[in-house]
Write a new protein. Sequence first.
Length: 142
Amino acid sequence: MKTLIIIILTILSPCFGKLNPPKRVCRKVQSNITETYLLKTLLNQPGINNKEVQMLVVTFPPASVSAAHKHPFPTFGYLLEGELESTFEGKTYHYKPGDSFYEKPNGLHAVTRNSSKNKAAKLLVFFIAEKNKPTTVPVKTK
């Protein structure tokens, strides 16, 4: 999967054109989980018109848990630090640094958790999204 992410970035790199250094935009998605955007650029190339590539680091503080949600676009992830447990489409996955994954659009994240009581987890996320559309949609669970 790491190789897949490198291949995707290599293929898309000519589409980025001349980029200014990205402004790092940081926002809280929950009381303690943050997203830091590394890149957000619109692609206007044949076959991929009006798609927005977004790269961000999601930081999960120790013992944090995300609310249930979906991503309406293809999502790629690579765990940089720490460990995460994620329940996606009913199956539980355990990620360690260097693990990568692909998630199909609109799959249900019932929960993503950092079980460590003293170490943050950092997840590099890569979206291929539609311009001006949210990449994360909350889901109410029973």
